[in-house]
Write a protein of this length. Sequence first.
Length: 118
Amino acid sequence: RYLASVLRSHDCETLIVDGTSDHVHALFDLSRKYSVATIVKEIKRTSSAWIKEVSPLCKRFHWQNGYGAFSVSQSHLDRVYRYIEQQEHHHRRVTYQDEYRSFLKKYGIEYNEHYVWN
């Protein structure tokens, strides 16, 4: 809910936010006022502060430096929504790292392992 409130405060309509302990997926309509980079920066900045405030055990929490952002066609919104909704179940079978590598390979995106995971 917190991440959805950050998106809302930047005029982005949130469809779903869900994830697991090591990553999060957010499906939202990007506002014309902001770039993806700005939105991700704000999500990371504000949520890091919030997490550290809410849970003393998470004082060392930090996001990784990078992020992945993919555009989704209107015709695939339901499919992506269901995929995000099933993250916990999905990641019992496939690790986040393997999932991300398969996305990059499937869509022909070049990457360097050194810069993807930090």
